[in-house]
Ligand binder design. Sequence first.
Ligand SMILES: C[S@@+](CC[C@H](N)C(=O)[O-])C[C@H]1O[C@@H](n2cnc3c(N)ncnc32)[C@H](O)[C@@H]1O
Length: 261
Amino acid sequence: MRELQNETVHLVVTSPPYPMVAIWDQFFSEASAYTYDQMHEYLFQVWKEVARVLVPGGIACINIGDATRSKDGVFHLYPNHSRVIERFEGLGLVSLPYILWKKPTTKPQYKGKGAFLGSGFLPPNAYVTLDMEFILIFRKGELRSFPPKDPDRYKSKFTKKERDEWFSQVWNVTGARQNIEGLERRIAAFPEEIPRRLIRMFSINGDLILDPFLGSGTSLKVAIDQGRRFVGYESLESLVSIIKTRLGNELRQVEFATQKV
Ligand SMILES: C[S@@+](CC[C@H](N)C(=O)[O-])C[C@H]1O[C@@H](n2cnc3c(N)ncnc32)[C@H](O)[C@@H]1O
C-alpha cells in the first residue's frame, strides 16, 4: 500500500483469506505460507500497513472465522480471531468489543467430519458447529475528534432502531446476494449488509474507506452508495470484471490500476 500516505484512511472494512479454511489452502500455498503461523504472518504484513495508514482514532473492522481440521488423526481448533487480536494489539491498536455474525447453520459436526451420522445423538463425541464468524473491531489510539456540529457527522447519523440493532453483539445477517455464483462464491463474498452497517457505524460522509482484500468489491460498492470515498486492493486479476459489472453506473467514479509489487 505504498501509494497510501500515513494517517489518511478513516475506516478499514475487510475480510481476508482465512487461515486453515480449505478454500484458501491453495491461495496460501501459492504465497509460500504453508503453516498456520506462516498464514498469519502473511496477513500481518497487511495489518502493519493498516495500522500505518489509519488516521488517529480511525477504526479497522476485520471479518474472520475460526477453523477446525484434523492433522495426523488429531483434531485441532484454529482460533484465527485470537491471532488477529494479538497481532493488532501488538501494533498498538485498541481492541474494542467485537461482533459475532451468526451465519445460516451448516451441518453439525461429528468427530470433525461434516455430519453427526448415526451416533450423533449419543454423548460425548460430537463437536459444536462453527456457525459464527467474528467481526473484530480495533481503534488506532484515542477517540477521533470532530469540530463542533460537523455537518458531515450530523448527516451520517443513524436512527434509534439502527443503533439498537447494530450495536448489539450478535448479528443475524443472512442472505449473500441472490445472484452469487462461480468465482464470487469461491472467494466467499460477504453480504452487502455487513459492510453497510460497519460503514454507517464507524465513518462519516466523505471519509476514506480501505479494503485491502477487495474480492468481488462488496465494500467498494457499499462505500460509494453511502457517499464515502474508497480505496481497495485485489491480487486476483480475474475479479476485475466481476467488480466492474457490479458497480454498474458508478463505474465512472472508479479508477483501476495494475501494478507489480
Ligand atoms: C475473503 S476474500 C474477500 C471477499 C470480499 N469481502 C467480497 O465480499 O467479495 C479475500 C480476497 O483477498 C484477496 N487477496 C489475498 N491476498 C491479497 C493481497 N496481498 N493483496 C490483495 N488482495 C489479496 C484474494 O484474492 C481474495 O479475493
